[in-house]
Design a protein around this ligand. Structure first.
Ligand code: SF4
Length: 433
């Protein structure tokens, strides 16, 4: 089998779980798509560019695979557009959405006409696959752990609740057991993910919610860093901020999804806050954790966004001085309220605004990076590439932020280093112990 994964960290976890289920059923990893009997793409359906990338990946694998090999489309696009994909992609032998994952093994057996020697265990529910499946040992010293599926929020631009459903939280015991297993297998950093992480446990009446989960996961012996993604700003209040700031294992890193600074637009997005409110949140974080690294995502070109709104967002970025920012061009998503709003902007106009704001943020990110010069930091080595040790400090999340190039180090090593150089989003550091 061969599995290509697209989209977010949550999709990466799904791929690990699917791999775990198929390994348990006797399927083995192929060295390349050309040698695999089954090639699969775990697709993303969040916005138009992601969907295009998913279809391109399917078509590319259709060309690359052996003619007798089977091509299977998985993930959010398969969940959201099953029928459309079956009609539009004759190259695909099967389109299996998230709700159909319990059938995955039997479908692949049918496709490959493979008669398993042993009796197949009873099929698990889609959520049980998420809960119970032991995932393969990650190739990196960090791993994502998905603590819940779905989302109960109603952001007017977002289609995710349509295909990922209502929030369903895993039990704390189940999550802590998975984390312990990953740490046992050599993982040193855990990144907790969910569509709406800060609302963890609410759907199952778990009063302690995310804070109790942090306490229990952070206490797993051998874990060095616990990082949190996708914190909905309206849910980030003093108790959570102080817990994150005061728990040594929690990376001093706040990933907020502020989305915009215009009060009017945030109301239209059904999102909390305003530019002023966001600044107060950032201030309370920096008061509790002065060295905290801050990341946020923003949507550019939401219907009705004026030039003044763009300039107010530019001014907000200047004032907020965030370490890392993800700017996303608004994409009218089928079935979302915002898709029918007046004031839809032309794509070229949106991309022009993206370029303007990106240039401003690039300068901020680089100056925040340069301010690390001379600092002594703990670094987790992720990999050695062409003899170059590459790692990250608490300020850099895996795969989305910059990295630190070290003069030495092995994957999984935890080293103390002094920052000696800064270039763009990356740093250079000399190991001191
Ligand atoms: S919080 Fe909003 S943007 Fe995030 S997944 Fe839920 S509905 Fe979508």
């Amino acid at each position: 089998m061969w599995l290509t994964t697209l989209g977010c960290a949550k999709n990466q976890v799904d791929s690990d779980k699917v791999t775990g289920v198929l390994h348990a059923a006797g399927y083995e990893d192929a060295a390349s798509p050309e040698t695999a009997d089954v090639v699969m793409v775990n697709t993303c359906a969040f916005i138009e560019p992601a969907r295009r990338e998913s279809v391109d990946a399917v078509l590319e694998l259709a060309d690359t695979k052996r003619t007798d090999a089977k091509l299977v489309v998985l993930g959010c696009m398969a969940q959201r557009y099953e029928q459309e994909l079956i009609e539009a992609l004759p190259e695909a032998d099967a389109v299996i959405g998230l709700d159909r994952y319990p059938e995955l093994v039997s479908r692949l057996d049918q496709l490959t006409e493979w008669q398993p020697l042993q009796i197949r265990p009873l099929q698990k529910s889609a959520m049980d696959i998420l809960y119970e499946t032991r995932r393969p040992t990650p190739a990196t010293p960090y791993a994502y752990v998905k603590v819940a599926e779905g989302c109960d929020k109603l952001c007017t631009f977002c289609a995710i609740p349509q295909f990922r459903g209502k929030q369903r939280s895993r039990s704390r015991e189940n999550i802590v057991a998975e984390v312990a297993g990953l740490v046992e297998s050599g993982v040193r950093e855990i990144v907790l993910v969910a569509q709406d992480l800060a609302a963890y446990g609410r759907d199952v009446g778990d009063k302690g919610g995310l804070r109790t989960l942090i306490d229990e996961v952070a206490a797993v012996p051998g874990l060095r860093w616990l990082r949190l993604y996708y914190l909905y700003p309206g849910e980030v209040r003093r108790p959570l901020i102080e817990l994150m700031a005061d728990t040594p294992t929690v990376a001093n890193y706040f990933d907020l999804s502020l989305q915009h600074s215009s009060h009017r637009l945030l109301r239209a997005m059904k999102r909390p806050g305003s530019g002023h409110g966001h600044m107060e949140l950032i201030h309370s974080i920096r008061t509790a954790a002065p060295d905290a690294a801050l990341r946020s995502s923003f949507i550019v070109g939401f219907p009705g966004e004026t030039e003044d709104d763009v300039e107010s967002l530019a001014g907000f970025l200047e004032s907020a001085q965030l370490d890392w920012v993800g700017l996303f061009p608004y994409s009218a998503e089928e079935g979302t309220p915002a898709a029918d709003y007046d004031g839809q902007l032309a794509h070229d106009e949106i991309m022009e605004r993206m370029r303007h704001l990106q240039a401003i943020q690039d300068d901020i990110t680089q100056s925040r990076n340069a301010s690390q010069m001379g600092r002594r930091v703990d670094v987790l080595v992720d990999q050695v590439e062409d003899g170059q040790a590459v790692g990250r400090s608490y300020r850099q999340a895996p795969e989305i932020d910059g990295v630190i190039l070290l003069d030495r180090g092995l994957p999984g090593e935890w080293l103390r280093a002094e920052v000696r150089g800064a270039f763009g989003t990356d740093l250079e550091a000399k190991v001191i112990s």
